[in-house]
Design a protein around this ligand. Structure first.
Ligand code: PRE
Length: 364
């Protein structure tokens, strides 16, 4: 390519950037207008709701449907995700608490869902995220709920039982783990590997094969593990890209998770009910009486109405020995007439039924 050709293409890019810039600014002014309309149409004492997850899901889906390339759908949606995040920040900067410290996969999930224009607050434990949301100190919380290799995150399920929260969104993240060391580490004398218990479990076979005699130490998060090894000489951490970058660690081995499709699903919790989008999921907790066939009774209405269950999890109930509650996720919104009917049928048989929330299926 000649210098002249390159110059001409850059002139074209400059001119396109000017147009993109003007269009993004016009969109941002439009969002400011939306905020004005929302404020103007409030009834006496009503609180404005600026964040609209159902609308955001619609915008991102539309972008993906209309995208003709060469950028991929996910890539294009990610760009629009950030534009929308900045537009929302003009209306109201969202405050989001997540399972910290900085650099956790939960932080990455929060950014994937809300974009980077939010004010984010790392919390030390899952329960603290719930308490922060319950206290109204933040608009939303982000917590992990299940991993494709290791299963349920029980702390989150138990917190959902204890607190009155609304689930208003979900996001899935591919989880890649690396073995990380600080600059002073003697790599041939590693005697200890830190990580979160779930991450150690997700890399169990790799660790058995490569570091069978090294002590595995479970800490509160993999970002915490990364933070610790920064100053230590004989230790390594298992953590992801964000933590590696944040603490300036070197990757001794990359993508060491036992399953290449290792993914984690995260929930957005808050107090805002989300209207139907036509492509939603609902999460409920049900407790049935301890009698034969109870689980069958619970599942029949779903089957009879052709409603897809996406997950069912059992946890001991807090109210009696050997009694259980079921966490169920299914396709549909609790305002859909079909779903309404199923929930009514279940509540006739159940000891207790709580709808945790209906929310758009993850777009990104
Ligand atoms: O449509 C709205 O209600 C808006 O506030 C606009 C907008 C957007 O930028 O498209 C911004 C924030 C909302 O969460 C959803 C969409």
């Amino acid at each position: 390519m000649s210098e002249q050709e390159l110059k001409a293409l850059r002139v074209r890019i400059d001119s396109l950037d000017e147009k993109v810039l003007e269009l993004i600014s016009e969109r941002a002014r439009c969002a400011q207008e939306v905020a004005r309309v929302k404020m103007a149409s409030l009834a006496e004492g009503e609180v404005p709701v600026f964040y609209r997850p159902e609308r955001e899901a619609q915008v991102l889906k539309r972008v993906m449907e209309r995208n003709k390339g060469p950028l991929g759908n996910e890539e294009m949606a990610r760009l629009f995700r950030e534009i929308m995040s900045s537009c929302l920040a003009l209306e109201q900067p969202l405050k989001v608490a997540y399972l910290g410290p900085e650099g956790t996969f939960t932080q990455a999930a929060a950014m994937k869902h809300f974009g980077h224009a939010v004010i984010s607050k790392p919390m030390a434990a899952i329960d603290e995220v719930f308490r922060e949301v319950a206290a109204g100190a933040v608009n939303f919380g982000v917590v992990p709920v299940e991993n494709s290799t290791e299963g349920a995150v029980n702390h989150t399920l138990d917190s959902l039982l204890e607190h009155d929260m609304v689930i208003c969104g979900e996001v899935e993240l591919r989880i890649h783990h690396h073995l990380l060391v600080g600059e002073n580490t003697k790599t041939d004398s590693i005697s200890r590997i830190y990580s979160h218990a779930q991450s150690l479990a997700q890399c169990r076979k790799w660790l058995d094969a490569h570091y069978p005699n090294v002590e595995r130490v479970a800490v509160s998060s993999n970002a915490e593990a990364a933070k610790r090894v920064k100053g230590e000489w004989n230790s390594a951490a298992i953590a992801g890209d964000m933590a590696a970058g944040l603490y300036g660690l070197t990757r001794l081995a990359e993508k060491i998770e036992d399953r290449p499709d290792n993914s984690t699903r995260f929930l957005m919790i808050g107090s805002q009910e989300v209207p139907p989008t036509g492509d939603d999921k609902t999460s409920i907790i049900v407790s049935m009486s301890n009698k034969p066939g109870a689980l069958h009774e619970l599942l029949v209405p779903f089957h009879d109405n052709g409603i897809d269950l996406t997950r069912i999890e059992t946890r001991p109930s807090r109210s009696g020995k050997w009694t259980y509650v079921f966490f169920i996720d299914f396709i549909g919104h609790h305002r859909d007439p079909l779903v309404k009917g199923v929930l009514e049928k279940i509540s006739q048989e159940a000891v207790a039924l709580k709808v945790l929330g209906s929310y758009p299926k993850a777009v990104l």
